[in-house]
Design a protein around this ligand. Structure first.
Ligand code: NAD
Ligand code: PRE
Length: 382
């Protein structure tokens, strides 16, 4: 992508092939680090990372995630065209306050990646008085992992990236940010902060609470009998991956969106009460109907997008459980130059066919893999 117009400040400076763009990232963890990797090494771009922790600054540089790193918020912000706040939700307002006391580049864009939007957008008006433009942001992609070690330049590919510009946000600034974000390969969607928090509360925050509650319930049973953990298989793993999210990140998100979540929890309890009634009355048709409705809705979801159901292009291969089979499949794919992004054994018991989950970053790789494995007589399904 040509970054000719992205900075928006350099039109009066001597023309070079690419106008210089300075991007400051505050908090180079999973999300901040992934953004840094998307922008780094692009023509004319300098990425500067900020951390309050001197050891983190050394780490950011050593890992090559940023061009520069500093513990000074002032140094990071100075002359920055774009400032990304990638710290926990509970820290965002303080960062905005600190930035609002600094000499920012006129017209610079400050944005955040926080999982809630109402409070940060409301608070950010202090920045506008300093000549900066604030645009709330939230990439709908992530992981249960955290820290710069988990960062990836592919994290946002094909995911939705929400922006919440207000009515008075200059359209030119929104366009400039959108253009910069093209490097993430995400799909931009714009919405109002209140609607954002309602929807994301339902599709992200509530599921995290359910997963954590479920794991803790089972962990309690497991204290009296460890067979609970031993027998926990694919179903338990699928619904509970997100229970391993970073505790302080999730503390901040849930407390920040608590009004929405309290309502959602009441409705969730009603959903569970419905199940309780079905079981009490032995209403098998009611149980089957609940599964039918859920399956129907789930099958209509745009599965190929991150942020919905599947974060990757995936297929499942039935494999006989004998030594070397996984290596054989991986070698076949490698020889055909098909880029496998992940491989996961779902079930493997003696004499019983196992299932191999294959993940690809590109749809094209998935299609090629399915054709190849089918031609080799493997049973492939989705
Ligand atoms: N994890 C996800 O899946 C996900 C997805 C989208 C958005 N988000 C949002 O992105 C933001 C960052 O989350 P993450 O998953 O990258 O977390 P992370 O823990 O990987 O990174 C957080 C960063 O903030 C810094 N930080 C932590 N506590 C701090 C403090 N008290 N003061 C200053 N800096 C501090 C850390 O050093 C780190 O660089 C959060 O606001 C979160 O809501 C997370
Ligand atoms: O995939 C995961 O592990 C995530 O938790 C990502 C997830 C989500 O719930 O979908 C989590 C928080 C974000 O704010 C956005 C995305």
């Amino acid at each position: 992508m040509n970054n000719e117009d992205i900075s928006g400040f350099s039109r009066s400076t001597p023309q070079t092939d690419a106008h210089p763009i300075r991007i400051a990232i505050f908090g180079v963890g999973l999300i901040g680090g992934s953004l840094a990797l998307c922008f780094k090494d692009k023509p004319g771009v300098t990425v500067v990372g900020h951390s309050v922790n001197p050891a983190s600054v050394v780490k950011y540089k050593a890992r090559g995630v940023v061009d520069e790193a500093t513990v000074s918020i002032e140094e990071a912000a100075r002359e920055a065209d774009f400032l990304f706040l990638c710290v926990p939700v509970g820290r965002l307002e303080d960062y905005i306050d600190q930035l609002s006391r600094l000499p920012l580049k006129p017209g610079c864009i400050v944005t955040d990646v926080g999982s809630t939007k109402v409070s940060v957008v409301r608070h950010a008006s202090v920045l506008e008085r300093r000549g900066a433009v604030f645009i709330g942001g939230h990439p709908m992609a992530g992981s249960e992992r955290s820290g710069v070690e988990a960062a990836s330049s592919h994290l946002f590919e094909n995911a939705y990236y929400v922006l919440t510009p207000g009515e008075t946000t200059p359209a030119e600034a929104v366009e400039r940010l959108e253009r910069l974000l093209r490097w993430t390969k995400a799909h931009i969607v714009k919405t109002d902060p209140v609607l954002h928090d309602d929807i994301v509360g339902a599709i992200s925050h509530l599921p995290h609470m359910i997963a954590v509650g479920l794991v803790n319930q089972i962990a309690g049973y497991n204290e009296t009998n460890e067979l609970y953990a031993s027998l926990a298989a694919g179903g338990f793993r699928d619904i509970t991956r997100i229970a391993s999210g970073e505790p302080l990140i999730w503390r901040d998100i849930l407390l920040n969106n608590r009004e929405v979540l309290l309502k959602l929890l009441t409705e969730w309890q009603a959903e569970m009460d419905h199940f309780r009634k079905l079981l009490l009355s032995g209403d098998g048709e009611g149980v089957a109907d609940a599964f039918r409705r859920a399956g129907g809705f789930r099958s209509q979801l745009p599965e190929w997008r991150k942020g919905m159901i599947s974060s990757l292009f995936e297929c499942y291969v039935d494999v006989p459980d004998h030594p070397g089979i996984i290596g054989k499949i991986a070698t076949e794919l490698g020889q055909a130059r098909i880029n496998l992004s992940n491989l996961h054994i779902i079930e493997s018991r003696e004499d019983v066919p196992g299932v191999l989950q294959l993940s690809f970053r590109q749809e094209d790789d998935l299609e090629k893999a399915v054709a190849l494995l089918t031609s080799l007589q493997y049973s492939v399904h989705f």
